[in-house]
Design a protein around this ligand. Structure first.
Ligand SMILES: NC(=O)c1ccc[n+]([C@@H]2O[C@H](COP(=O)([O-])OP(=O)(O)OC[C@H]3O[C@@H](n4cnc5c(N)ncnc54)[C@H](O)[C@@H]3O)[C@@H](O)[C@H]2O)c1
Length: 456
């Protein structure tokens, strides 16, 4: 089938490449000329495992191409996907500017019937707004004879495993209001729906709501666990034992109950805020959703608070140097949107400390964001990062941080002090090797270990 996708970011690019791999003829449209030029040369502007070869293979087979020419995109296919960004507005609600710009673009250029598919995460009611927008443009053009419909088809891929998530989606949500659009999308997704039925058809508003409900539920699990971790720490319990204890209950499960330094990324923080704003717009106070956000904002301060407490207060951090491992909001991506590492770095800088940071892929993004500044050095590797630093903090659980050479680390740091925002190591082992080890929610583990060391 022929497909056009507006927006070549994490979602549009991956979806476009995976649909091309399935044999479709895909045109990707983006307004960012530099990005499109790079893509046309086969260069992937984001880090996403498996994406570069997939992109190049399909470009070579002429199944995937990139353009800034919206008219080409609109005329290419009946199926018009919208996968542009929906960043948070100043008040936290979703900024629909880009989505509605694409709607107007489609309305302006369409010469034949079109099925518009909203893949961007958009608040309930947005597909109706897209319908009104396109309808108005067609009316202004004197072409309100042209048929079009708008489908909600939210995306659930995870950065870091986006290619495999798109190849093997666990569900395909279709919010449709007409049979023709449903048939078209069923045909497009048929290759992804062979193993078992994954397509769930519902009303447009329910589909829009499903995406927010899914993200809010996952964010709630994380904030809940962080809340329990903070309590565990104060009550002498070990959150890692508690996590195993509750995860074994199949009604709870092991996923998304890892305590840490707070959730970040391009989706959870903005989607939780947008849902809160949507609720407010209909006069409903979404108390739980607001709390999820508040707990997360506080959690992102936890590492800094631990550092400040360790050194006797924030005033004692001036002139100190901290090593930081992990900048991306999670492993296997270079995305630093809303990353906890940024909150920590900014707090350390505000306290007069400097940071030397290492991340396997996100260093250049951080360099672009903060520019050249004397209190930020981006290290080439994880060990160089430590040289002469007062302590190490970990914000992202990259695989390559899991089994480091602790002796070499201790040698390079001024003191073997570690603030672990992802609970990567065993407190007993760390303390046994002479480290001062701060992690999240493990009051019991630390006191138990100190006790056993004293007895030994
Ligand atoms: N990133 C994720 O993990 C993820 C997962 C599921 C859903 N989503 C949702 O998907 C949407 C896209 O997210 P993303 O992370 O891919 O965003 P992104 O910021 O990585 O990419 C958006 C792209 O859209 C382009 N764009 C903006 N206006 C345009 C226009 N008028 N015409 C053509 N292109 C235009 C931008 O130049 C950019 O390249 C968002 O609504 C997001 O919430 C994201």
């Amino acid at each position: 089938m022929k497909v056009t996708i507006f927006g070549s970011g994490y979602v549009g690019l991956v979806q476009g490449a995976v649909l091309a791999e399935a044999g479709n003829d895909v045109v990707c449209v983006d307004v960012d000329e530099a990005r499109v030029a790079r893509l046309q040369r086969g260069e992937v502007p984001i880090f996403e495992p498996g994406l570069e070869s997939l992109l190049r293979d399909n470009m070579r087979l002429d199944r995937l191409c990139f353009t800034t020419d919206a008219a080409v995109g609109v005329n290419h296919a009946e199926l018009q996907f919208i996968a542009v960004g929906t960043p948070p507005d100043e008040d936290g609600s979703a900024d629909l500017r880009h989505v509605l710009t694409v709607a107007r673009t489609i309305g302006n250029h369409m010469q034949k019937p079109r099925t518009i598919v909203a893949k961007s995460t958009v608040p309930v009611g947005t597909c109706d707004e897209i319908t009104r927008t396109v309808g108005q443009v067609l009316k202004d053009r004197g072409r309100d004879d042209l048929r079009f419909s708008v489908v909600s088809n939210p995306e659930f891929l995870k950065e870091g495993s986006a290619v495999s998530d798109c190849r093997r989606p666990d569900r395909i949500i279709l919010g449709v209001s007409d049979e023709h659009a449903e048939d078209l999308l069923r045909e497009l997704y048929a290759p992804f729906n062979r193993n078992h039925e994954k397509i769930i058809v519902m009303g447009v508003r329910s589909a829009e709501m499903t995406k927010y409900a899914a993200n809010a539920m996952l964010a709630t699990k994380i904030s809940f666990m962080n809340e329990i971790a903070n309590l565990a720490e104060r009550l002498g319990a070990d959150i890692e034992d508690v996590r195993q204890g509750i995860g074994s209950d199949p009604r709870i499960g092991y996923h998304f109950i890892y305590p840490g330094a707070g959730f970040g990324g391009s989706c959870f923080p903005k989607d939780v805020k947008a849902l809160e704003r949507t609720a407010a717009s209909v006069g409903y106070e979404a108390a739980l959703i607001s709390a999820v956000e508040q707990v997360n904002a506080r959690q992102k301060q936890v590492l800094f608070d631990k550092i400040a407490t360790h050194y006797g207060g924030a005033n004692e951090l001036k002139g100190r140097k901290f090593a930081l491992w992990g900048l991306s909001f999670k492993p296997n991506t270079d995305d630093i949107r809303e990353a906890p590492s940024r909150v920590l770095m900014e707090a350390l800088w505000a306290a007069g400390a400097s940071v030397t940071a290492f991340d396997p892929v996100a260093g250049p993004e951080v360099g672009r964001l903060y520019g050249r500044r004397p209190d930020l050095v981006l290290a080439e590797n994880k060990y160089d990062c430590l040289n002469g630093a007062d302590a190490l903090a970990i914000c992202t659980e990259w695989q390559e941080f899991r089994s480091p050479d602790f002796a070499e680390m201790a040698e390079r740091l001024k003191q073997p002090v570690l603030f672990d925002g992802r609970n990567m190591f065993l407190p007993k082992r760390m303390l046994g090797q002479g480290w001062t080890y701060h992690s999240i929610g493990r009051g019991a583990a630390v006191s138990k270990t100190q006790e056993s060391l004293r007895l030994a």
